[in-house]
Design a protein around this ligand. Sequence first.
Ligand SMILES: C[S@@+](CC[C@H](N)C(=O)[O-])C[C@H]1O[C@@H](n2cnc3c(N)ncnc32)[C@H](O)[C@@H]1O
Length: 227
Amino acid sequence: MPASQPTIEEFERKINDENLGFYQKIEIERFSEFAKIIGLETGVDIDEIYEIIKKDKVLVEIGAGYGRAIQALLKKGFKERVYAVERVNHLVNYMRHLFVEQENVKLILKDVKYLKLPEKADTILWVWSGILELSLKEQEEALLQLKEQLKPHGKIIIETPYQDVKFIGKKSTDNYIRFETDWGKIEAYLSTFQDIKLMSEKVCFNKLEKKLYKTNKDLTRVFYILS
Ligand SMILES: C[S@@+](CC[C@H](N)C(=O)[O-])C[C@H]1O[C@@H](n2cnc3c(N)ncnc32)[C@H](O)[C@@H]1O
């Protein structure tokens, strides 16, 4: 059954700062196990969209975590500049070691909500559900700010679960996904196509494409490409 429109209270909620502790305490091994569980560890998401981004000169990944997606990009042969934006110290330190020899990978320790990039981007990637860790209002505000940091023909590529979650967390009827571990919890809002469409119109993108794909665990997930 399609979810109804959120109430004003639901729309106004903020969740992103409450999710910080989960990633401050997560061990890299556990983090990558989660990627394995949903079948993203080898970077099938990046394989899937590589054609669209391979000629870009400036790429940005929001919430780069332990560098999974950036590694996948480098494996594909991407040689231009990639900014990895992440707000958690230990994750940025981990990536600093991982990408020590990659001059084209630039790390930015920053919260996306207050991000100001050093240059305009061709594409901003927000993969593996990153955007969901913000409430709908926070998502909209972040998209508005990110759009201003794109080149005129730039795009934002968002990747999320498709309609429901299977292996990690549980979705309730209000479209919130809740996931608890012994070191912390995550609350996330699974934006629907309609949510993304509305936000993309408000933020003045001209085009929104939706593309389904399957992960290594046969899980259907979706890309939204805003341009
Ligand atoms: C599910 S992980 C995805 C990791 C990575 N994008 C990948 O695909 O492997 C979400 C990441 O977003 C980061 N994150 C969440 N909120 C953020 C914010 N406001 N600013 C920057 N990063 C954020 C988290 O710390 C976490 O590393």
